[in-house]
Design a protein around this ligand. Sequence first.
Ligand code: ADP
Ligand code: MG
Length: 243
Amino acid sequence: MIKLASLSKYFGETVVLDGIDLTIEKGEIVVIIGPSGTGKSTLLRCINFLEQPTGGTITVGDLTVDVKRASRADILSLRRQTAFVFQNYALFANKSALENIAERLLVVDKWPKEKAHQKAREILGKIGLAEKADAYPASMSGGQQQRVAIGRAMAAGAEVILFDEPTSSLDPEWVEEVLGLMKQLAAERQTMLVVTHEMSFARDVADRVIFVDGGHIVEQGPPSEIFQNPKDPRTKDFLKKIL
Ligand code: ADP
Ligand code: MG
């Protein structure tokens, strides 16, 4: 249901993604691991055109986009089918938790305010922050802010949620509550593509782990295989450093 074919991204002369082929099934939880600077964020950002990819095609649901010929409408559709959770939450500082979650429903999906706020309240309940509806980001912990950001992604009803190191900028004490919410989503079989260094999350939750290095998928497989029996020396080397 998500398919990347020969997806490439150059920054000037620098090849950051070198022909990525990747298919993700509906309901699949895929974790991407790999050293810094190898194009993990760029890969996620190309899927919804936060970065303009250089070549290849992107399929999400029944829409296939040749990235070189993507129209404005194609890009909007891809963005509608995807939701992004950033390392730094990226919440609107001047909006409450409820308004942050309702924003996309109001602006992108043009829901009436009543309906959008009702949906946002429902989501706040699901993420365990019902009592924070009127709180502003600055008054919430990092963990709570990131849960709101995930709630915002949930509200979108997107086909896939893209997570880019969602716990990397959190104080250690907030990591578990964010991973817990992600596990809850995974249990509901929300399709997820997650870049993370949380190997325990990858081990417990991922259907598939993908090791990326130098703009290539070096190796992929179920977590048991990748962690216990990595085949490529680069995967072995990376795991030795991080585990
Ligand atoms: P990762 O997320 O795996 O750490 P990134 O996708 O952030 O890696 O970056 C991959 C490479 O692309 C890095 O070498 C980075 O310097 C380069 N890069 C990322 N964004 C840009 C940009 N906007 N302009 C130029 N180079 C970039
Ligand atoms: Mg990154």
